[in-house]
Design a protein around this ligand. Structure first.
Ligand code: ASP
Length: 588
């Protein structure tokens, strides 16, 4: 045995025991005849002490120790002298006085200090094997493991089977771009890496494997804006003979279990459910952040008939004028430049302009457009928000969707910029009653808001022919602190309805057969009613640990450009490999 204890396990209970430890040299303090080393492993840090009085030869050897060398020591556990104890770590009351030292491996000067908090991320990712030695990375990966273990146990207790589905498969329809893998055996053809196991899990339901789950890797070749990864992990599950409430209830149990065991926080069940229309009109988002207020209000009726051309034009073209009321922190002055910057920023959300009222008094405002409105109208706006002097009312006049989404984004920006978010809150709830389709202006056709296998509400079936935009879906998204952590639906289990949905999505009979023939066939062979959901594991862990980025909870993540700085993937390959695949090599 190379060790008898780990670096995180020894306490006063072990006093006077002779122990052997192995690990990395974290820090070294040389006090002449005493050398103190913090020895680190995955479990923690133990202070070890080399004394020239005890053993001059061992002490001499310890003079050569440098950061990140790997050593093995044997010694006796002692109580640290009063005043030198470290209450912050479990091993802080003891140290180990070393009798024997073995240097197991050396290390050049590391590119950064392992304990250092502010290391450039590129450097961290290039030397990920060193970066992963940092305490908060160990915590991330340990918590991630614990969470998956709790989930597995919960699902196991609820009679789920963990079943793997293929990574080499056909293109799947989550709507993103596929990663392709050329086939050597059938040249000119390609596998696609799955964007999710969606179709396989549905086929497992047809096959009778009621209650499936998998911690599934999903691959999506998207532009990696913000916090995305080309491969992410889902807690993917599917159940048969269930309705929405069954799936949502089961997932509430699972999330509550993890939350209680990992964060010590008991969640109230059932989770709140918010209809999609309410989420959009009150928060301008289908994943509202409820950790702060600043709700949207529709001010269109207040401004009807006022003498302001821009608003009137929007009202006439069935647009909406919506507003939010922001209370700046005491002492913050909003200058013209602040307003101009926000107006410019909002253009990203399609808003052409941003109107604002600075509330001065009961019926009094300061605003470049104040002159267009009488005191009564101004009073009604102020009353809508119960605004107080100092508050700023921001308004966007645009089509119904843009006015909501733009203000929804502004609401989040202001709350974040001015630190108005209750950071300790845990606002988890469902968004339900989504539309089944959304109209794509760009493609001039309907698209599935979730995916094409989502079942429409029974009472809306007749609308499929007359007014598809009005059809609601049996879909549900789970939102935590303004982030969508998962989503799913009851699926279509009847072939004819599935074909109909495909045709509304402009997928003609040939394409249906070509891409989804196997699914349609399976649905015709006795498919049970079924439904499920997937939770984004990386995001969930990130939110639980309040980490900045999902890269901080993934052992070997990719950069925003989809590269791995450590292995330098993706990379060029040998011409020979390409030839075997029947792929022509070109330098140009
Ligand atoms: N396959 C879906 C997704 O990846 C989740 C589901 O509907 O179960 O978003």
């Amino acid at each position: 045995m190379m060790r008898t204890a780990t670096c995180g396990g020894l306490t006063s209970r072990n006093l006077n025991e002779t122990v052997t430890l192995a690990g990395w040299v974290a820090t070294r303090r040389d006090h002449g005849n005493l050398i103190f080393i913090d020895l680190r492993d995955r479990w923690g840090i133990t202070q070890i002490v080399f004394s020239s009085d005890k053993d001059a030869a061992v002490h001499k050897k310890a003079e050569d120790l440098r950061s990140e060398m790997v050593i093995q020591v044997t010694g006796v556990v002692n109580k640290r002298p009063e005043g030198t104890q470290n209450k912050k770590i479990p091993t802080g009351e003891i140290d180990v006085s070393v009798d024997a030292l073995e240097i197991l491996n050396t290390c050049p000067t590391p590119p950064f200090e392992i304990g250092d908090e502010y290391v450039n991320e590129e450097l961290r990712l290039t030397y990920r094997f060193l970066d992963l030695r940092r305490r908060d990375m160990v915590e991330s990966l340990t918590t991630r493991y614990r969470m998956t273990k709790i989930v597995r146990d919960y699902l196991d207790q609820n009679q789920f089977l963990e079943i793997e589905t293929p990574y080499l498969t056909r293109s799947t329809p989550e709507g993103a771009r596929d990663f392709l893998v050329p086939s050597r055996l059938t040249q000119g053809t390609f596998y696609a890496l799955p964007q999710s196991p969606q179709l396989f899990k549905q086929l497992l339901m047809v096959a009778g494997y009621d209650r499936y789950f998998q911690l599934a890797r999903c691959f999506r070749d998207e532009d990696l804006r913000s916090d995305r990864q080309p491969e992410h992990t889902q807690i993917d599950l599917e159940m048969s003979f269930v309705d929405k409430d069954d799936v949502m209830g089961l997932v509430e149990g699972m999330i509550s279990d993890v939350t209680e065991k990992v964060l010590g926080r008991k969640l109230e069940k059932p989770f709140r459910r918010m209809p999609y229309d309410e989420a959009m009109s009150r928060y301008g988002s289908d994943k509202p952040d409820l950790r702060f207020g600043m709700e949207l209000f529709d001010l269109t009726p207040v401004f009807e008939g006022a003498n302001f051309k821009i608003f009137n034009e929007v009202i006439q073209s069935t647009g909406r004028i919506r507003g939010i009321c922001f209370t700046p922190p005491a002492g913050t002055e909003f200058s013209r430049k602040n307003f101009d910057d926000l107006t410019e920023w909002l253009k990203n959300y399609g808003a052409k302009g941003l109107a604002w009222f600075k509330v001065k008094g009961d019926r009094e405002i300061e605003s470049p457009i104040a002159k267009f409105f009488d005191a009564e109208r101004i009073g009604r706006v102020i009353d809508t928000f119960a605004a107080k002097p100092g508050d700023i009312i921001f308004m966007v006049a645009s089509d119904p969707h843009i006015s909501a989404v733009a203000l929804g984004a502004l609401r989040c920006k202001l709350a974040s910029d001015y630190r108005q978010i209750r950071e300790d809150a845990f606002e988890i709830f469902w968004v339900v009653d989504f539309p089944l389709f959304e109209w794509s202006e760009e493609d001039q056709r309907y698209q599935a808001l979730h995916h094409p296998f989502t079942a429409p509400n029974d009472e809306d079936l007749l609308l499929l022919d007359s007014d598809p935009a009005k059809v609601k879906a049996k879909a549900y998204d789970l939102v935590l602190n303004g982030t969508e952590i998962g989503g799913g639906s009851i699926r279509i289990h009847d072939m004819t309805t599935q074909q109909k949905i495909f045709s509304i999505l402009n997928i003609g009979p040939d394409e249906q057969q070509n891409k989804f023939g196997f699914l349609l066939k399976a649905l015709s062979y006795g498919a049970p009613p079924h439904g499920g959901l997937a939770i984004g594991l990386d995001r969930l862990v990130t939110l639980f640990l309040k980490r900045e980025s999902i890269r901080d909870v993934i052992a070997f993540p990719k950069t925003q450009k989809g590269t791995c700085l450590m292995t330098e993937a993706p990379s060029t390959v040998d011409v020979k490999q390409l030839k075997e695949l029947g792929i022509k090599h070109s330098d140009g």
